[in-house]
Structure formats: structure tokens, C-alpha cells
Design a protein around this ligand. Structure first.
Ligand code: IVH
Length: 659
């Protein structure tokens, strides 16, 4: 009997050692066949001599324990999570905030595992309880399921009492296997490994979790000082010594923002080749004395933050298809969905263009859809996840009346139009367009204010904008306004009168005349009267002006109402001549990238100035970039510019560039 007991202990030791090499060191020490042989020998012995079976036997991992409900677990200290940030500027602000309290802080950088956090409690080195985070204070007891996770040590290398926190996750490989099985069994598929992991730990029968092949990555010890630990890096090393899988090959350290950004970029490169999903980088102040000084806000620790990678494509649910009326009367269906973070910002709507597009995509309200940012700016619906339909989705149906004025819609090519020129929505959209940045650039006359002024009767047509001073006293009385802001607005309206011809041409909202065409026409004809007199044939001869544009321009200037508007605007002293300032396109064809914090300019402000001079401002540096404007604490874009030999402009060079 003693021999048998000895052999069983020996087998357990061999299996545990193999698991340790495999999960903790990423370095398998025996073949799968050898592992299976040891394992089945142990199983056989355990079934023959059940009273010799040990409580910490690795065979317990196959599960089989069934509970009837999840017990509540109160965490000894709250299981918090970090605030999320999404871009370089927020990293800079985080670092600045930290340095106010801890000027010499450095950080640990860890991949942000995309699973769910779990707390494991060990007594004298033996796993006694595992719990979910729950609401942070009270979680659920999932010990039966966590015991099936092979990378969770049932027994530690030291006989200590300790709580360990980390991420329960499913590897990409196991996720694929799991969904393949579900497909065969005609069960609904999991959307991602995180949902699959969360669904698996919330199973009453642990043999289900065992089959799902979950994993655990340790990253946090709640009371590290108990073990003489002085830094987060030491916590991670200690976890590894105890027998936990940590991301020891990927975790890093950084002394400043530059190193943080380099780490992020590097990890982003490796991301697709990792065996598990990550969705960002977790930054923690390394020194635990610093950590203690920083403490917590009401909700979150101040000593750490989670940087989330820009999601390039995310899933959400289509809540509504909303039809909007544009300034030309064009009706656009729009997807309204639960807000999601895509490529660095929160979006909740995307255009669905027109009826044909909706029918082709077969969108239904209630569908799970994937969203991405086209050209990194405009959100678009990539795909409808038809396999996730429940049958309750509502099919798309095109409307036949204008949602604003009720007039019957008319189809022209792929689009429907409201042809009612008095349609209030069309008028409002026309006014918004007239005042916007790319057209007359009237500061203070944004979308909401135009709409309010329209509804209050102050601005019903374009010429009313230039008569707004007649309502000065009324405006000052409005909530949110005052003498100063009204004066600023009126001044901005006055200034817009001097804009060059191309601005007002674009602002008038002539169909098919966008920013570029307006410029071509203004340069060619110099005054609006010349343009009004131009024939359709003459217009067509101009480069970049095709028949459709020529026809539309001619149509616009043949309409009495439009000619009356132009006359009225002339009387109100609006300029209708092309102002050939070489300033206008001084930077035409040039592309700039901004990085780091500038003292004198806000990013948006400098972007506007550069764009007004004809330049483009983009977010990534390539060998076609004309220059990179570098502020304080520049990011990796600076390094890339140096590498590619792209011209660098410091803050003090900006004036020379733009003046
Ligand atoms: S530390 C006080 N480290 O991301 C926060 N979290 O907000 C302790 N996560 O909910 C968590 N990888 O589930 C930490 N290396 C890592 C992580 C990580 C993923 C998750 C965790 C938490 C959220 C961070």
C-alpha cells in the first residue's frame, strides 16, 4: 500500500512539474504523450484506491462537481478596476497627475488581458476559494470551476496564506475549439473569448468549465507588504515563484511617457500573434510607497490606469434606424446603436446611406452589427451578424414621407428626396452648412444655436444671419447668452462678410458643389457675376467640373429665388469676389502630423490653422509626410519621423511655417 501511495505522490509531482513548466515558464518539459500516460496511470490508481486519492490531485480538474447555486463572497478588500484611457494625450495627463505627487515615479506595463478578473484565496498554500469580482465588494464563489483551470495551482510552492488576483480567460485556440463544438451542437456561438470565459465560470456543473479549457494569468496581490514586497514588479516575480502564470515575457517597465508609448506600439505589433486576446495595456505605479501616497478616488485607484487599444471594429446592437433630412432634401437612414468605443472615440450612430444599401446589407433593428471607422473618422456599419439573430429583429422599411414636413418623397437614382423647399429641416440644415467651419466659419453659430434661432424665428433664411444684430437685445436675454457672447457672435458674423468667393459659393449649398469645386470655380471666374453668366458648356470645359456639376450650377443660378438671395447678400455687404491671397493655399498639398503637448496651441486650433492654409493633418507618419510638429513629451510619431527623415518642426518653428 505504501508503495502505491508513493507512486501516486510521484505521479502528482511529475504532473504538477510538467504543468508548471508549461503554464508558468512557457517551456514544456515533457511530451503530451508522457503527460497523458502519467495522468491515466494516476486516474487508474485513484479509482482502484479511492481512499488514497489526494485533495489536491490534478485529476480533480476534470470537474464533475455540481453546485445548486452560486454562493456570495465578500471580498476582503474591494476588487476595483482602473479608469480607461484611449489616447496619447490621456497618457501624458495621467503621467503629469502622477508626477505631481510622485516626481520620480516609474511604471510597470502589463498586457491588459481580455477576460474577467478573479480572486483566488490560498490557505497554507492550498487553494480554498475562488471568486468573481461581482460588484467589486461581493462576488460569487466559483471555486468548483476554477479548480478545473490547469494554470491555476491547486497548491503553491510556499505554504502561505495569500489572496491572488488575476484574469480568467480563454485562449484563442480554446475559443475556436469551443465555438466549433457549439456549432456542431447547434448552440449559439460565443461572440468573443471574454464572453466564452465569463459564460464558462458561471456554470453550476464544473465539468462544463473543464471542457472549455480556461486559463488564469496572475497580476496582483492585494496586501503585498505582508510578504515584504516593495514594488509591483516584485509582486509579479513573487507570483511566478509561487507557481502562477504571469506575463513575464511581455510585462515591462517604463520611466517616462516615451517609454510607455514605445511599449504600447510594440505590444500592438505582437498582439495578433499572441495566444490570447488582449485589449490594451495596464499601467501601474511600480513603487508601492508611491502607490500608497497616491491612494484611491471614490471609485478607482489613482496609481494605475488601463490604456485601451483603439478597437478597429466592434460589435453593438442596432437600436433604431432614424431617417434624417439633409439640406438638399436627401433622406438618409442612420443606424442608431448602443454607444461603443471605436478607434479612439465613442460612437453611437453611422450612416446607412440609402434604401439599396440597407437592403443589400439586410439590416434589421435588433441586429448585432459590427462598426468600424472608415478612414479612421467616419463610423460605418461593416457587417450584420446574421448568425446572432433571434427572430425578433424588425426588417428595414424605407419611409415614403418626409419625417419633418410629411411631403411625399421622390426617388432620384439611389436616393429619396423631400422636394418641399419650405421643409423646416432642410432650411435648418442649409443654415447650419452656411455657418459651419469649412464654409463661412461663423464662430458661435453651431448646429444647436442655428436650430434654436430658427425655431425662435430669429434666423429663417441665410440673409437673416446678417440681420441678426436687429435682435441683439432679445439675444442678450436668452439663457446661456450675455452681452459678451452676443457681441462675439455678431462680430464673427460681420467678419464672415469678407470671406473669399469660394467660401460663400460652397456655403450657398449648390448641389454637387463641394469645397474643392467651389475653389476651382472661384479661381476661374473671380466674381459671382461672371459665374452667373457662364454657360453650361463653358463650365464643362473647366478641369474638375463635369456635366453634372455644370448643370447643377446653371440650374442654381437660373432660379430667381437664388438670384434674389445673392442680391440681398450683396446689399448686406457680403464679398462675392475671389481674394487671391497666396496665404490661402500656402500649404496646399502638404501633410502634417502633430505629436506631444504644445504650449501655445491646442491641437484642434493648430489643425484648423494648417487646414485653412490648405494642408492636411493626419495621424500617422509615413515617408509622404511633409513635417511632424513636435511638442513636449512627443510620442512614437517623433521616433518614426526621425527614422524616416521627415522634417521636424518644434513649437518655435510654427510661426515661420504658418506666417
Ligand atoms: S490590475 C485595481 N492588471 O482590466 C485594479 N488588471 O481596470 C487591479 N486586467 O478589471 C487590476 N489585465 O480585469 C490588472 N495586468 C492586469 C490586467 C488587468 C487585465 C483587467 C482587470 C480589470 C481591468 C483593469
Amino acid at each position: 500500500m505504501d508503495d502505491i501511495k508513493k507512486r501516486m505522490d510521484e505521479l502528482i509531482e511529475k504532473i504538477n512539474k510538467a504543468s508548471y513548466e508549461y503554464y508558468v515558464n512557457d517551456n514544456p518539459s515533457i511530451t503530451d504523450q508522457e503527460y497523458d500516460d502519467y495522468y491515466s496511470e494516476l486516474l487508474k490508481l485513484e479509482s482502484k484506491y479511492p481512499n488514497l486519492k489526494r485533495d489536491d490531485s490534478p485529476t480533480l480538474r476534470v470537474g464533475g462537481k455540481v453546485i445548486d447555486k452560486f454562493l456570495k463572497v465578500t471580498h476582503e478588500s474591494p476588487m476595483l478596476s482602473f479608469d480607461d484611457i484611449f489616447n496619447e494625450d490621456e497618457i501624458v495627463s495621467f503621467d503629469e497627475r502622477i508626477r505631481k505627487t510622485c516626481p520620480n515615479a516609474s511604471y510597470t506595463l502589463e498586457p491588459k488581458m481580455d477576460g474577467l478578473s478573479g480572486s483566488l484565496l490560498y490557505e497554507k498554500g492550498v487553494l480554498v476559494r475562488a471568486a468573481t469580482r461581482g460588484d467589486g465588494l461581493v462576488g460569487e464563489d466559483i471555486t468548483h470551476n476554477v479548480k478545473t483551470i490547469k494554470s491555476v495551482p491547486l497548491k503553491l510552492n510556499k505554504e502561505i496564506d495569500i489572496e491572488v488576483r488575476g484574469e480568467i480567460y480563454m485562449s484563442k485556440k480554446s475559443f475556436e475549439k469551443c465555438n466549433n463544438q457549439r456549432k456542431q451542437d447547434k448552440e449559439p456561438l460565443f461572440a468573443n473569448p471574454r464572453n466564452a470565459a465569463a459564460g464558462s465560470v458561471r456554470q453550476l456543473d464544473s465539468s462544463v468549465a473543464a471542457k472549455r479549457e480556461l486559463d488564469f494569468m496572475a497580476y496582483f496581490i492585494p496586501n503585498p507588504d505582508k510578504y515584504g514586497i516593495k514594488t509591483q514588479k516584485e509582486s509579479l516575480d513573487f507570483l511566478r515563484e509561487l507557481g502562477f502564470a504571469t506575463n513575464y515575457k511581455l510585462n515591462g517597465l517604463a520611466k517616462n511617457v516615451n517609454e510607455i508609448i514605445n511599449y504600447i506600439n510594440d505590444l500592438q505589433q505582437k498582439r495578433k500573434d499572441l495566444p490570447f486576446e488582449i485589449d490594451g495595456v495596464v499601467l501601474k505605479v511600480n513603487n508601492l510607497d508611491d502607490e500608497a501616497k497616491l491612494g484611491f478616488t471614490q471609485r478607482v485607484p489613482r496609481w494605475g490606469i488601463a490604456y485601451k487599444f483603439p478597437a478597429l471594429e466592434v460589435l453593438t446592437t442596432l437600436k433604431e434606424i432614424k431617417f434624417t433630412v439633409g439640406r438638399t432634401g436627401k433622406i438618409t437612414p442612420n443606424a442608431i446603436f448602443d454607444p461603443v468605443h471605436v478607434a479612439g472615440s465613442v460612437v453611437s450612430k453611422a450612416t446607412l446611406h440609402n434604401e439599396d444599401y440597407c437592403l443589400e446589407k439586410d439590416v434589421k433593428v435588433g441586429d448585432v452589427i459590427s462598426i468600424r471607422k472608415a478612414g479612421d473618422v467616419i463610423p460605418e456599419v461593416v457587417e450584420v451578424k446574421k448568425e446572432r439573430r433571434t427572430g425578433k429583429e424588425i426588417p428595414f422599411k424605407m419611409i415614403d414621407k418626409c419625417p419633418m414636413c410629411g411631403s411625399l418623397l421622390v426617388r432620384e437614382d439611389a436616393n429619396y428626396f423631400c422636394k418641399n423647399e419650405m421643409c423646416s429641416k432642410r432650411e435648418i440644415e442649409g443654415l447650419i452648412h452656411f455657418a459651419s467651419r469649412d464654409t463661412m466659419n461663423i464662430e458661435g453659430l453651431g448646429e444647436r444655436i442655428v436650430e434654436d434661432f430658427y425655431n425662435m424665428g430669429f434666423i429663417k433664411s441665410i440673409s437673416d444671419i446678417y440681420k441678426l444684430y436687429n435682435h441683439k437685445e432679445d439675444l442678450i436675454e436668452l439663457e446661456g447668452f450675455g452681452e459678451k457672447s452676443v457681441n462675439n457672435l455678431l462680430e464673427s458674423i460681420e467678419n464672415s462678410k469678407g470671406n473669399s468667393l469660394e467660401k460663400v459659393l460652397f456655403a450657398l449649398g449648390i448641389r454637387h458643389v463641394g469645397k474643392k469645386t467651389a475653389k476651382v470655380l472661384a479661381k476661374e471666374y473671380k466674381t459671382i457675376d461672371n459665374l452667373i453668366d457662364a454657360t453650361e458648356e463653358e463650365l464643362t470645359v473647366i478641369n474638375d467640373v463635369g456635366e453634372i456639376i455644370a448643370k447643377s450650377v446653371k440650374e442654381y443660378f437660373s432660379n430667381e429665388k437664388n438670384l434674389r438671395l445673392i442680391e440681398e447678400l450683396k446689399k448686406l455687404n457680403l464679398n462675392f469676389n475671389y481674394i487671391n491671397s497666396s496665404q490661402n493655399d500656402k500649404l496646399e498639398g502638404k501633410t502634417f502630423v502633430l505629436t506631444g503637448t504644445l504650449k501655445e496651441y491646442k491641437r484642434e486650433e493648430l489643425t484648423n490653422i494648417l487646414e485653412s492654409l490648405g494642408a492636411k493633418v493626419t495621424s500617422s507618419v509615413t515617408n509622404k509626410t511633409s513635417g511632424v510638429i513636435v511638442g513636449d513629451k512627443p510620442g512614437s510619431k517623433y521616433d518614426k519621423a526621425l527614422k524616416l527623415g521627415v522634417k521636424i518642426y518644434k513649437e518655435e518653428d510654427i510661426n515661420t511655417l504658418i506666417n
